[in-house]
Design a protein around this ligand. Structure first.
Ligand SMILES: [Zn+2]
Length: 469
């Protein structure tokens, strides 16, 4: 009798221990990837959107036309062909996590403006000439920032501009690093006439992107053509040379539509499609066509547009691919989100099967939505620019931004966690925001997230975590 009792107790303890081990392993797998002024007239320097762009040069009437590479009208099947070309040999060896992981973590941020004043402090500054109404020399922006916050060393190192962001990227070690590149990278002097603001970074400064191990840049925005078609071409060539993927602009519409494909070793593929909308200040004439270089511009948010995006996605999507839409849309200022944007974002998720929407254009962060377990960032805010010391919109705190770290389930694209690190642009670099500023960001995200049912929690280390129903 006693020996039977002993045997039953032993079996019981054995099963209980096995059960506990299974539960612990499940918990461990779930958390293992989740790392915790002198007011110069501000209108001269801000990236104001379409109402500030003024009458734009018609590319058909400028000398830029002669530079266009004319190609035969491409067939639909060319999309696949070109796609195959751009994705060969793209297997990514770095930034990988163990194969056992069922999560993918993507770093995303908003506008990274590396031109003008920022370019002037980098090791290889461009010709500082500007064609702005009130500012003729890019060094003027460095002086404005220095008057506000003290001297900025010059030249700075390539890593300088990323400041505290580099350490945070190393700490969280995301699988992918995705940004919106709000400048052209070129030595072109062919500035886009009558635009008012023209950003360029010298291609010799390209190491500032590779230093931060940026994997992908969105190009469908209102600055990629600031220095003409030759400027766009040089931007694409320069990115290509250093193997930084891009999407959203090209020598034809077909090229501009091609998504960037990133293969995360042992995990799967992430496809990023980049689109721009005129509300962000992209001139309509910048739309790429069969024969004209330009950006991948969305004409509207109609069902027809949704269907055409769906077609593009279906042409290349493989099972289990994570689909990201990176979109430059809406004005620079204001928290409102047009109902048409919300509806469009939902349709992309419902009808196209998009897993995450990376929205940008606003100079400050906007409300975040999680719709059917999929992340929608409507406005990521400016991550880096040369606006320091320029007044006019202080109440929006556009010096503050967020590093978004989205952890998604690989098999479903479902958002499991959104961790955000508050940052501040100061001395032309990214700094960790103070506790008070992190609290300010928390409060604004809570206020603006209310309509979407999202809330934000401030963690002990001053990072933020999104909560949703
Ligand atoms: Zn923009």
């Amino acid at each position: 009798m006693q020996s039977k009792l002993f045997l039953y107790s032993f079996i019981g303890i054995f099963f209980f221990a096995s059960l506990m081990e299974t539960v612990f392993n499940k918990w461990r797998l779930t958390i293992m990837d989740q790392g915790d002024p002198r007011h110069i007239q501000h209108s001269i320097v801000r990236d104001f959107g379409i109402h500030r762009v003024g009458k734009l040069a018609n590319p058909e009437q400028t000398n830029q036309k002669s530079k266009l590479p004319v190609q035969n009208p491409p067939l639909k099947s060319r999309f696949k062909e070109m796609f195959a070309k751009t994705t060969s040999g793209q297997q990514k060896a770095s930034n990988t996590h163990p194969n056992t992981s069922s999560l993918i973590t993507m770093f995303m941020c908003g506008d990274v403006m590396l031109g003008r004043g920022i370019d002037q402090v980098l090791p290889h500054p461009s010709d500082p000439i500007l064609y702005e109404q009130y500012m003729r020399n890019a060094k003027g922006y460095v002086s404005i920032a220095e008057r506000m916050n003290g001297p900025i060393p010059s030249p700075v190192s390539y890593s300088y501009i990323w400041g505290d962001a580099l350490e945070e990227l190393e700490r969280i070690s995301p699988d992918l690093r995705i940004i919106n590149l709000e400048t052209s990278i070129t030595k072109s002097n062919d500035y886009w006439k009558n635009k008012g603001i023209n950003y360029r970074m010298n291609p010799e400064n390209i190491a500032c992107l590779t230093t931060a191990k940026i994997d992908y840049v969105s190009l469908a925005n209102n600055h990629v053509l600031d220095w003409g078609y030759s400027g766009l071409m040089e931007t694409l060539e320069t990115l290509n040379k250093v193997n930084v993927k891009s999407a959203g602009a090209g020598s034809t519409l077909q090229e501009a539509e091609i998504p960037a494909v990133m293969e995360i070793q042992g995990k799967g593929r992430v496809l990023v499609f980049s689109y721009g909308v005129t509300t962000s200040g992209i001139p309509f004439s910048w739309a790429a066509s069969d024969k004209r270089p330009g950006v991948n511009l969305l004409k509207d948010f109609s069902d027809k547009t949704v269907n055409s995006i769906k077609e593009k996605v279906e042409e290349i999507e493989q099972q289990k691919d994570i689909i990201v839409i990176s979109i430059h849309w809406g004005g620079n200022w204001g928290y409102e989100i047009a109902p048409t944007q919300v509806k469009f974002a939902h349709k992309l998720i419902d009808e196209v099967g998009v897993d995450a929407i990376h929205g940008h254009s606003s100079h400050h962060v906007k409300g975040i939505e999680v719709y059917k377990d999929k992340l929608i960032i409507y406005g990521s805010g400016d991550f880096l620019n040369d606006y320091e010391g320029i007044g006019g919109y202080e109440s929006f705190r556009d010096d503050l931004a967020l590093m978004y770290f989205a952890s998604m389930e690989l098999s479903s694209g479902k958002l499991l966690r959104l961790q955000m690190t508050p940052t501040q642009i100061k001395h032309f670099k990214v700094n960790r925001a103070s506790k008070a500023d992190a609290m300010w960001l928390r409060d604004i995200l809570n206020k603006e997230g209310k309509k979407f049912g999202t809330r934000v929690k401030l963690n002990k280390d001053d990072t933020l975590t999104l909560q949703w129903n």
